[in-house]
Design a binder for this molecule. Structure first.
Ligand code: CTP
Length: 407
């Protein structure tokens, strides 16, 4: 059964300010505005000078049904929102496309036009949908600006990989309007308000000696996306994470661990109050039997390291589940359905999120994922290739539905 991705009309009567900056993707702002209007939002557009080279204000004015602000000193025409009050009036401030320039300005406190001034004055949620050349995107200065803004609570809709207008191929293409609008609509959902959710993420690291360890290819992206999305939907999130290079999501309880045993201890310590547990961590099943206090020196002989079993955290949770909702993950390379279904039953799960990590765009390190959900009753839902944020929200939709059913 293919799950149709529903878009929620949570944007009804919301005031959304769409800031458009100067990039070729500016033309896509027209579709974003049109989609937001269809979902019942009240949309106001602000265009930078650069944006006007790519798209006319008339287009956005026609689609939004509201005057478009194109300069700092523009006379207000006929307003039902005061020109100057836009910052206060917005529920969501979306900048799409967001150039490296606008992101750099906001990250560094520069307010030299209407858009930057309004973004800095608003208390609304600010969401950037970056679009730029892949090398600009990867530039450490840009990445540092993004990282700084994320820490300050700004939101980012990741660009995707593709052929860029500059002739390069790579990450930097603005997310599709449909996905941007979907992100905003989920963003306004608060269906998980007050729900306690524990999420595990990342790999575990099992030390051999002070220099070496055994780990796996997990980067934690899926688990962190789940934590961010659950928090945005109102949940009280506890994230127990193995070592990753990711920024810690805002407004959640964050617990750093290294090994499977540490993860087990933290999970059991925080179990009592949880309503939902999502185990997206790639826990090492084995650890070296003996830890060497000193670096193991090489010899001419082969080296053998004996491994012993780590606790199966999910297995333990299944046995002590109570009436909690328990979601597992399965990374498989073959016999996906058979292996995943077996785990659902064996570990007493509500459902498992399974992916074939050999497939393009699925699994470790990617920003996308292609998963199938397998349920305790033997049914399954195949999801298409989606960003990890979208997958996270769809998993949370299932959780939300199960919570409603158990009410
Ligand atoms: N898991 C866990 N503790 C472990 C190993 C795995 O909690 N020691 C959890 C993972 O977080 C994931 C699920 O179990 O949610 C599936 O992990 P996986 O390693 O794929 O399954 P296993 O049951 O260990 O089976 P196998 O390694 O044989 O595929």
């Amino acid at each position: 059964m293919v799950n149709k991705i529903g878009v929620f009309s949570m944007l009804e009567n919301k005031t959304i300010v769409v800031g458009v900056t100067g990039g070729i993707a500016a033309y896509k702002a027209a579709e974003i505005v049109s989609r937001l209007k269809k979902m019942g939002a009240d949309v106001y557009c602000v265009m930078t000078e650069g944006a006007q080279a790519f798209l006319t204000p008339l287009t956005l004015r026609t689609l939004s049904g509201n005057p478009v602000i194109t300069s700092m000193f523009q006379e207000p025409v006929k307003w039902n929102v005061e020109h100057i009050a836009l910052a206060d009036y917005a529920d969501i401030f979306l900048i799409a496309p967001a150039t490296a320039n606008i992101i750099g300005k906001i990250a560094n406190g520069i307010a030299d036009d209407f858009l930057t001034t309004t973004i800095m004055a608003t208390k609304a949620k600010v969401v950037f949908a970056p679009a730029m050349n892949v090398n600009m995107y990867n530039n450490p200065v840009f990445q540092e600006n993004v990282s700084k803004l994320k820490k300050l609570g700004y939101y980012f809709i990741e660009p995707v990989e593709g052929n860029l207008a500059c002739g390069y191929a790579g990450k930097g293409k603005m997310a599709e309007p449909e996905n941007i609008v979907q992100y905003l609509s989920k963003f306004e959902k608060d269906d998980l308000k007050g729900v306690n959710i524990l999420i595990t993420a990342g790999p575990t690291r099992e030390p051999i000696d002070p220099v070496r360890y055994i780990t796996n290819r997990s980067t934690g992206k899926m688990g962190y996306a789940l934590a961010r999305c659950a928090q945005q939907r109102g949940a009280n999130v506890t994230l127990i994470s193995g070592p990753t290079n990711l920024d810690k999501p805002q407004n959640i309880e964050f617990i750093q661990v290294q090994t499977a045993r540490e993860m087990f201890n933290e999970v059991t310590k925080h179990l009592e109050k949880q309503n939902v547990i999502i185990k997206s961590a790639a826990v090492a099943d084995y650890r070296p039997q003996n830890y060497n206090n000193y670096k193991i020196k090489k010899t001419d002989e082969d080296l053998q390291i004996n491994l012993e079993r780590n606790p199966d955290i999910l297995g333990y949770l299944g046995k002590n589940k109570g009436n909690r909702i328990l979601v597992g993950f399965a990374a498989e390379t073959n016999d996906l359905k058979e292996n995943a279904q077996k785990k659902v039953n064996k570990k007493n799960l509500d459902f498992i999120v399974a992916n074939d990590v050999t497939q393009k765009g699925a699994g470790f390190g990617c920003d996308t994922n292609k998963v199938t959900l397998f349920y305790a009753d033997g049914s399954q839902k195949d999801l298409p290739l989606l960003s990890k944020n979208e997958v996270a929200n769809l998993i949370l939709d299932e959780v939300s539905m199960l919570l409603k059913r158990s009410d």
